[in-house]
Design a protein around this ligand. Sequence first.
Ligand code: AP5
Length: 184
Amino acid sequence: MTRLIFLGPPGAGKGTQAQALAKSCHIPHISTGDILRQALSARSPLGIKAQGYMDRGELVPDQLVQDLVEERLNQRDTQAGWILDGFPRTVSQAEFLDSLLQKLQHHNVRVVNLDVPDDVLMTRLLSRGRSDDNEEVIRRRLEVYRGDTTPLIGYYGDRQQLVFINGNQSLEEVNAALQKVVAS
Ligand code: AP5
């Protein structure tokens, strides 16, 4: 049973790798960023509430994201496993997730941290060009990551749940490292 959380800064390759791995494992890839962008393009109440935060490169309030993750993890297809990409991003989201997974009896969760140097992240994101991929917003996303999300490395590291992967390699090499984690 594969239950994986992907951590890593913006541009580390979380989305790219999580999508490929989920496909090969036949399990859902749950990306809070993708769900929020879909809500935004549908102009749903969630998307409207999230838009300003996303445009500025800030985190959307915990409660909004926690509600959408709870709804998604309660769907039947998660019984076979899942990959969470972009959640949790704060210690309070991680605590929320712990209690949700306890309630759902989803155990044996592992956490993968993709490491990539800042200059490489910036180059990747500027060449991708999503609407939040301009230099000013990328800098803010990186600051928010350092401030709010890096404490999760200690949070999961203390429980021996964390695996570090060098994300500054070819897509194939990163994928191979992830396949090893899944197989172990
Ligand atoms: P989100 O969509 O999660 O964005 P992010 O964390 O900034 O991550 P990215 O999608 O930019 O990067 P990635 O690591 O997925 O890399 P990717 O594979 O795309 O979040 C967006 C916003 O939503 C947040 O700012 C926030 O407002 C909100 N949000 C989301 N979750 C939230 C939460 N839990 N709480 C609160 N707010 C939340 O790759 C990037 C590029 O690099 C691609 O072009 C790719 O082709 C390329 N690339 C990837 N790997 C490699 C490689 N090995 N070699 C060369 N190029 C590569």
